[in-house]
Design a protein around this ligand. Structure first.
Ligand code: NOJ
Length: 766
């Protein structure tokens, strides 16, 4: 019955709920619905004010892992709080045994025995690490992304976790921001679909199952638009960017039934997100009807004092709770301040009750009151951790995430025998970097390296040289790490290897911890001595295949100009080397497409395909004699690789676009179709992308926006007609009327292989 209950709560399942109404006994359904609400009410009737506030308090399980070290509180005091029922949640306690231990303290010692909800940053896998979310988004394969989240949930829930702080659905247009690795890139349409897929993957259809976890859409809101890409920096965006670009993936997560939200470190237009009533109470809990709870980000209540928005801790508590932040992560402020704020009438008890009701409801949905230990089975944990199913899923996802950026004269795939291959680069044998940044439960050095992956193909002679070393092979979590920028001692051996090779595979990019939280960069080049190494090797052997490992778009002009082949392999997780080797050897034909534009220069940032036209659009080279158009004197406007770009080992041909109607009227649909043909020699997949431009509106619209895509698999010689349906809803946006609506007028529709496609037709909305 919990399944039905959960469905009923989720807006996206309205239709399913409707069916349920007729397919199951109505009185039974109502009774179940009432049961959780009643059980929450009954429990709340027994709770003291301090116990209620305790539910709004979240502690970290151990120190210095995901944020500044706590200056207040100590382990003993926190332990006592657990026993006194003054903690509603913990994060970073993991492993079935340890989670059982903290749960036992609460359940057996506290007066009411209310179980903890156990949070964890399950961002891209738990013990088995899957590709970083940006990489997964490059697959444009929503079912694979859903499955990847489901497998992560399965492994993490077997280790006691029942709540993940994911998905991060922040749109970002700035590759300097280290956390672009954690999201779905720059596009709100793709970002929304990926957000929904991840939520469904984590939560499944039954939140009370021991194999699913509650999801958390974060960081609400606009964290990804930090000025100059510097993490935690100020955000200042207008109403239309907020509604049309930033909020849609959050709305999609809410519609997919996400049970929690996390607010954000940043201020948005002068108000820290933690205290933003408009976002949390008016939009999320009001307009969108979100009935889950909102957790703060780590210490973000306290930080409001530093922002200059809260006078002191008491003020911070008041601002946050009034704005709708239900749970305090690691600020210790709610527990210390809320009671007196209520007593002196500054905060209404109804606001506390509302927060506690939301938190308890989700604990009931998770089945924690029926069995607080149902995630804590050590035998199950052993069976599931690293199981073949989860490893296989990580490998499949890794292959699907790879993007082929260049392949001149069919340099790839590699021949399987008779070749001497020099495998060069600091990341070629590195088993740590491919794990990426968010892998708290992962074991250091547990990824399959490219070297190990390639060694499985025995027909060639493989010589490996690092050329340039890593500074820190296993850095402490908080240390800045880099790739060596002084030690050239390995270059000579690398050059010798290159000289004797038929082909050189160079594995370069960012160390695993060079992207992620707090890892903003002002340069987007290959760090350390890698560019120098690349050019030195090129001087000896030009037949170089560049395999990139990185957590963000990089500036790759030199490589693109000189090298025959480039593979974007991101940080692909545990199975990284196997996936890359399969692509290099043509066992798997890559089909990934970039979820972010790759700039030509850092100076172009923020760079995104769905920009506005301006009054003086930068049509490149259009009027070379004049400077008075929106452009740079020293660089093109366009990216090096556009959003949606990615090649295959086969070639695809697109027909012209056909429209069944050129006038769209309310309540109707236009069908736009193309025929895609695989004109190459091997089977392959293509992401057919549909973009729309609204030429004139009450607020200016982007030059084009992604509005549909389909992942199509074709055998050589095979064709398929792809049909996109366009309704007035497809054309809706947050208008000058402050509502989502489509405005009549002229539109262009583009279908093609990436966001720069020129194949287009026009239609009208009447
Ligand atoms: C801070 C990060 O911003 C957030 O995304 C994460 O979930 C928390 N730390 C907890 O680790």
């Amino acid at each position: 019955m919990l399944v039905q209950y959960f469905f009923l709560r989720s807006r996206i399942y309205i239709f399913l709920s409707f069916l349920f109404l007729f397919s199951c006994d109505d009185s039974e359904r109502k009774e179940t619905e009432l049961t959780i609400a009643q059980r929450v009410n009954e429990l709340m009737d027994k709770m003291t004010l301090q116990e209620k506030i305790g539910q709004m308090n979240q502690y970290n399980g151990f120190w210095n892992v995901t944020g500044p070290s706590p200056k207040e509180g100590n382990a003993k005091e926190k332990y006592d709080h657990l026993a006194e029922g003054l903690v509603g949640s913990m994060l970073n306690v993991r492993g079935a045994k340890d989670v059982r231990a903290v749960q036992e303290v609460v359940v057996n010692q506290s007066r009411l025995g209310i179980p903890l909800i156990i949070g964890f940053d399950l961002i891209h896998g738990y013990k088995t690490i899957s590709p970083i979310p940006l990489a997964e988004s490059a697959s444009w394969d929503l079912e694979a992304i859903r499955n990847s989240a489901a497998l992560g949930a399965k492994e993490a829930s077997a280790a006691g976790i029942n709540w993940t702080f994911a998905p991060m659905v922040d749109i970002s247009r700035d590759a300097r921001w280290g956390r672009v690795m954690e999201g779905a890139g720059e596009d709100p349409y793709l970002g929304s679909l990926v957000a929904a897929a991840r939520v469904k993957g984590f939560q499944g259809n039954d939140l009370s199952s021991s194999s699913t976890v509650a999801a958390c859409a974060k960081h609400f809101a606009a964290y990804g638009l930090a000025e100059s890409g510097r993490d935690y920096n100020t955000v200042d965006v207008g109403e239309h960017t907020l509604h049309n670009i930033i909020l849609p993936p959050f709305k999609a997560a809410a519609d997919a039934g996400v049970r929690t939200f996390m607010n954000a470190f940043n201020e948005l237009n002068g108000i820290p997100a933690t205290a933003d009533k408009m976002l949390q109470r008016d939009i999320l809990k009001g307009d969108w009807g979100f009935d889950g709870f909102i957790v703060s980000d780590w210490g973000s209540l306290k930080e409001m004092i530093v922002h200059g928005y809260a006078q002191d801790k008491k003020h911070a508590a008041e601002l946050a709770v009034k704005a709708g932040s239900d749970m305090d992560m690691e600020s210790y402020i709610y527990l210390a301040e809320l009671e007196s704020l209520i007593e002196n009438g500054h905060v209404a008890i109804e606001q506390i009750d509302d927060a506690v009701r939301r938190i308890l409801t989700i604990k009931f949905e998770l089945g924690l009151f029926d069995d607080p230990f149902h995630y804590c089975d050590t035998t199950r944990e052993q069976e599931i951790t690293g199981s073949p199913e989860i490893r296989e899923g990580a490998l499949e996802m890794a292959k699907k995430s790879i993007v082929l950026l260049k392949n001149a004269e069919a340099t790839l795939p590699l021949k399987k025998e008779g070749q001497t291959i020099a495998l060069i680069g600091p990341l070629a044998s590195d088993k740590n970097s491919p794990l990426g940044n968010w892998r708290i439960a992962g074991d250091n050095n547990s990824a399959v390296s490219v070297l190990e992956g390639m060694l499985k193909y025995g027909g060639n002679t493989l010589i490996h040289e690092q050329g340039v070393k890593l500074v820190n092979e296993i850095p402490a979590f908080h240390k800045e790490v880099d790739i060596n920028n002084t030690d050239r001692s390995g270059m000579k051996a690398a050059k010798v290897a290159a000289k004797n090779a038929d082909v050189v595979v160079m594995v370069l990019g960012e160390y695993g911890f060079q992207s992620g939280e707090g890892r903003s960069r002002s340069k987007l080049d290959l760090p350390g001595l890698q560019q120098e190494l690349l050019e030195e090797i090129y001087a000896i052997n030009t037949n170089i295949i560049l395999v990139l490992m990185n957590g963000r778009p990089l500036v790759l002009n030199w490589a693109d100009e000189h090298l025959p082949a480039i593979i974007e392999a991101w940080h692909l997780g545990t199975e990284s080397g196997n996936a890359i080797a399969q692509v290099l050897y043509g066992e798997y034909n890559p089909s990934g497409k970039l979820p972010m534009s790759f700039p030509r220069s850092v100076g172009q940032i923020p760079l995104y395909y769905n920009h506005k036209n301006t009054g003086r659009p930068g049509t490149e080279g259009a009027d070379a004699g004049s400077v008075f158009w929106s452009h740079y004197g020293d660089e093109k406007n366009s990216p090096l690789f556009p959003f949606g770009f990615g090649l295959s080992y086969t070639q695809f041909e697109y027909s012209e676009i056909t429209l069944n109607e050129t006038i769209l009227t309310n309540g109707n649909t236009i069908e736009a179709s193309v025929t895609l043909t695989n004109v190459g020699n091997v089977e392959g997949k293509e992401v057919v992308q549909m973009y729309i431009r609204d030429h004139f509106a009450s607020v200016t619209r982007p030059v084009r926006e992604l509005k549909g895509f389909e992942l199509v698999a074709l055998e050589p010689g095979e064709s398929k007609e792809i049909i996109f349906e366009i309704t007035p809803e497809t054309l809706a946006f947050y208008s000058a009327n402050k509502q989502w609506e489509a405005e009549p007028g002229a539109f262009s529709l583009f279908i093609g292989t990436n966001s720069a496609t020129t194949r287009s037709v026009d239609f009208k909305l009447e």
